[in-house]
Design a binder for this molecule. Structure first.
Ligand SMILES: C[S@@+](CC[C@H](N)C(=O)[O-])C[C@H]1O[C@@H](n2cnc3c(N)ncnc32)[C@H](O)[C@@H]1O
Length: 446
């Protein structure tokens, strides 16, 4: 058994579901053994080789970093060594400063020039009695000191002067994937060390791969056709593909392909893609994006994009597909909170549309294939209203697939309620700050 640490995206539950589904689909035996709001620890029975880990990191839209756990401490040690509001316990401080794991990362540091970074992931963002900033700086200085004592020619660490632009109140104590890539921190003898806190432990892991944010930014900004109002984020597209069980070499379908974001992500992951959209402009746009990708990669990509109505999908797509993933039409773009009756009508119309499309999908999807899709959750003057999954699947040939399997989650029962995972849940919310139309993710199987 090897423990791996996964740093999660902002939608932690969705990231966990995606990760567990990926592990299960690839035939690995993995158990989630500990978790925080920022990271999870998964015990995997098989030893993953470099290629398997790299493929995993690039497939997962909700995982920023993957590392191998090399040490753990009981949480009492950092709690006493770096308390938020008390004086530090000298003995515990000494204990943590020994860094016995250093030899695992740098068995031979003599004469080397080493660049490194410590990235800390607290259990929540706030509300835990450890001074995480002091801990991180303390570890930076201590690792540097020990490396120099062990004979390293140089030891330089990266600190975190760039503020977190998304949430200014958030502690900025972890390195961005782009900082890691720019400074080549994953190439020996350099290293990024992950310090991951859970309620009961502090895990030390060595990062193996990080999300390629520079490449994603380049694709987002350089592709010829974007439509801010409808384009789905590339990360969500990757998550949907994983949830649908899509693998390299598979034929995947997006029946509401819009600008083709999901098709591009699928093509980059080595999948064959089919896109359908009712709007001719979107079809042209998606085609120009794919052509751009072909030129940019200098490789042939296998794709077809059809203009048409997905309610008549089987007349457009004449071959069997392995997986279906999409963000459908989510209804009107509301400028102010709509009245309940108006939203109820919209949801009814959308449910009919989705059901018609799902019935068509069932005729071209491979027998054990899955569909992963978003559905709208619309804020009203009362409760938010959404599509009911039973109505969505009724007589379509598709049934609900639960994303969080209880067999692969073995965390302690006395866990903080904020960290509880309910495996029985049917949907996972995917919130977009400040928008009236929120989303949820659902997975169906044939
Ligand atoms: C939310 S957008 C999809 C965005 C897409 N994932 C992207 O990244 O650009 C929904 C798309 O569904 C298309 N659409 C709406 N009704 C359709 C139908 N009946 N058949 C096929 N496409 C449809 C719209 O033209 C729109 O492009």
């Amino acid at each position: 058994m090897t423990k791996y640490a996964f740093v999660l995206g902002s939608n932690w539950l969705l990231s966990i579901a995606e990760l567990l589904i990926y592990i299960q689909d690839r035939g690995f035996e993995g158990t989630l053994v500990d978790q925080s709001r920022n990271a999870v620890i998964v015990d995997i029975k098989q030893r993953l080789d470099v290629e398997q880990l790299m493929e995993m990191q690039s497939a997962l839209g909700g995982c920023y970093k993957v590392g191998k756990v090399i040490w753990d401490y009981d949480i009492d040690v950092p709690l006493a060594a770096y308390p938020a509001r008390k004086a530090a316990d000298k003995e515990m401080l000494k204990e943590i400063r020994k860094c016995p794991w250093l030899k695992i990362v740098w068995p031979r540091s003599r004469g080397k020039k080493i660049k490194f970074g410590i990235s800390t992931y607290p259990i929540f963002n706030g509300g835990f009695p450890i001074n995480f900033r002091r801990f991180t700086r303390g570890m930076d200085d201590q690792v540097k000191k020990l490396l120099l004592e062990n004979g390293a020619r140089r030891a330089d660490y990266f600190a975190y002067d760039e503020p977190d632009r998304r949430v200014s109140s958030r502690l900025n104590i972890s390195l961005w994937p782009k900082t890691i890539a720019r400074n080549n921190l994953l190439a020996q003898p350099n290293a990024e060390i992950l310090a991951i806190f859970s309620e009961h432990k502090l895990y030390i892991a060595r990062t193996r791969f990080v999300y390629d944010s520079m490449l994603q930014q380049y694709r987002d900004e350089s592709r010829p056709f974007v439509s801010a109002e409808i384009s789905t984020s590339p990360k969500i597209c990757r998550t949907l593909l994983t949830l649908a069980g899509a693998r390299p070499g598979d034929t995947i379908l997006d029946p509401f392909c819009g600008t083709g974001t999901l098709l591009m992500e699928a093509a980059l992951l080595g999948m064959k893609c089919i896109g359908v959209d009712i709007d001719g402009d979107q079809v042209q746009g998606a085609r120009s994006n794919m052509k751009w990708l072909v030129r940019d990669l200098g490789e042939r990509l296998d794709y077809d994009i059809f203009k048409g109505d997905s309610r008549r999908l089987s007349s457009l797509v004449k071959k069997q597909v392995d997986a279906v993933a999409f963000e459908p039409l989510l209804g009107p773009i509301y400028k102010e909170v709509p009245p309940i009756v108006e939203v109820e009508k919209t949801i009814k119309e959308l449910t009919t549309l989705y059901r018609q499309v799902l019935t068509e999908i069932a005729t071209i999807l491979r027998p054990d294939g899955r569909v992963a899709m978003t559905i709208p959750v619309i804020n009203t003057q009362g409760e938010p209203i959404s599509v009911k999954f039973k109505e969505l699947t009724m007589n379509t040939g598709m049934t609900l697939y639960r994303m969080l399997s209880s067999e692969s989650i073995k965390t302690r029962s006395d866990i903080d309620p904020r960290l509880k995972i309910r495996p029985e849940r049917e949907l996972i919310p995917e919130r977009k700050k400040g928008q009236l139309v929120q989303r949820a993710i659902i997975v169906l199987e044939k």
